[in-house]
Ligand binder design. Structure first.
Ligand code: ADP
Length: 432
């Protein structure tokens, strides 16, 4: 997808998500307002019930009236108990009414007259002016008003009503937040995936271009050489014919290596490679690899050296062919990236932690630190501007890493640009 289309899609999805979040917020806001209205109605109904129960109880009325009349005066024994009795009765009525209405708020209350600044009956935790309180008031009418000939007000403070309202709405708020987070998470995930796919797509295109080039060149060259070979044979020039045959053989070997790499990729992609494990001694592999790659190094005026102590067995449980290919890939790279006359050292040994370490060292171009992790990724090649002087598919090291991991080991690199690289394969050593 073109970048602008991708950005447009991203913008549309992000705006839709933000729009959804905004609408959710507005809906929750409206929901909270409705809940608040409901709470107001319920608390007003609670106050009315306190009023009814007051009207229905002559004892409570007379106690309240006598407290009203004695406000500001000291209460003699046993009258000093009166406020507690009145508070308990009012609290009991409020509690019952709230329970039947299903309200579970914290509250306090007081009874006072509009003429006096301070209440003459108040619950111990009552405070006149406090933030975070919702105030509700009712004035006693009916019998109390008739008997007292005074205006008495009951004030009820509901504490942290906002928290209570949020709790009431929790069944809506929590899923809303959760779904918004899930959507946002999915969006981020999709963005990352699209970016990855785009990068992979670019790498795959590079790979196809590379592959076409790598196969086309030797096939064309081969066609030419075959024509020359035929001419040479007709003309009886055996020496020339042999020369052409050697070159044809070289090209064929080159194609075989490339095809092998693509096949390795195909088997890795499908997870189809089956390890045919057996006990092998790495010491046996090294001379074979040396024999295979020494001519290639010499062809480029280089040298491949073996550095190992064959008397010390380096046994591992592994797939001989895959391990050979993996180490071969490292040597092949060392030749390719080893400079004009590649000087390569192939070594194997063991450490004290039961590991066999195989290393391939070159004194070539090296790899800058910022690329050292990525080179093990599929199709990755260290960027060298638009031109890659050394041809390749960026698959060799991925294969090396995959094979090392499949054997319970790992692959790593140490490198300094301009000085060279050492690639390591670590495998579990077995002692038999
Ligand atoms: P390829 O060699 O086919 O490009 P690899 O997966 O084998 O793919 O290597 C990935 C990249 O890592 C190479 O393109 C190269 O840039 C870098 N690289 C690998 N081996 C070496 C080395 N010995 N020295 C310097 N760079 C290397």
């Amino acid at each position: 997808m073109a970048t602008y289309k991708y950005l447009l899609l991203l913008l549309v999805v992000t705006c839709s998500l933000l729009g959804l979040i905004f609408i959710q917020y507005r809906l929750l806001h409206a929901g909270l307002a409705l809940e608040k209205q409901r709470l107001d109605q319920q608390v007003t109904a609670v106050l009315r019930e306190v009023e009814y129960s007051m009207d229905a109880s002559p004892l409570l009325r007379s106690r309240l009236i006598s407290l009203y009349r004695k406000q500001g005066q000291p209460l003699a024994d046993p009258e000093y108990l009166l406020p507690f009795m009145v508070i308990d009765s009012i609290r009991g009525t409020i509690n019952d009414a709230m329970r039947t209405k299903g309200i579970t708020v914290e509250y306090s209350f007081a009874v006072f007259t509009p003429q006096a600044p301070m209440p003459f009956v108040q619950a111990p935790d009552f405070e006149k002016e406090v933030f975070n309180f919702e105030k509700y008031r009712t004035s006693f009418r009916g019998e109390l008003l008739k008997e007292c000939h005074c205006e008495l007000l009951l004030e009820l403070h509901v504490r942290n009503s906002f928290r209570y309202l949020l709790q009431q709405m929790a069944y809506l708020i929590l899923p809303s937040i959760l779904f918004a987070l899930v959507l946002a998470g999915c969006l981020v995930f999709l963005m990352v995936q699209i970016r990855r796919l785009k990068a992979l797509d670019r790498l795959k295109n590079d790979f196809i271009n590379n592959l076409t080039h790598e196969l086309k060149t030797p096939v064309f060259a081969g066609k030419l050489l075959l024509g020359l070979l035929r001419k040479a044979l007709h003309g009886g020039q055996l020496q020339k014919a042999n020369e052409y045959l050697d070159r044809l053989e070289g090209d064929n070997r080159h194609i075989a290596i490339q095809v092998e790499k693509v096949l390795e990729l195909a088997s890795m992609e499908g997870g189809r490679y089956q390890l045919d494990t057996q006990t092998i001694d790495i010491n046996d592999l090294l001379p074979e690899l040396e024999a295979q790659f020494r001519p290639l190094a010499l062809e480029r005026d280089g040298l491949l050296q073996l550095h190992w102590d064959s008397s010390q067995p380096l046994k591992v449980n592994g797939d001989r062919i895959h391990l050979r290919n993996a180490i071969g890939n490292l040597i092949d790279n060392a030749i390719k990236y080893g400079g004009d006359s590649p000087y390569i050292t192939l070594s194997a040994g063991s450490d004290g932690n039961g590991q066999v370490i195989i290393s391939v060292e070159d004194r070539g171009i090296g790899i800058a630190p910022q690329f050292q992790r990525a080179i093990f990724d599929k199709f990755y090649r260290v960027p060298t501007g638009d031109v890659h002087l050394v041809k390749g598919f960026g698959l060799g090291l991925k294969y090396v890493q995959q094979i090392a991991t499949a054997h319970g080991g790992r692959a790593s690199v140490e490198s300094k640009p301009g000085q060279g690289s050492i690639f390591y394969i670590y495998l579990k050593r077995i002692s038999l």
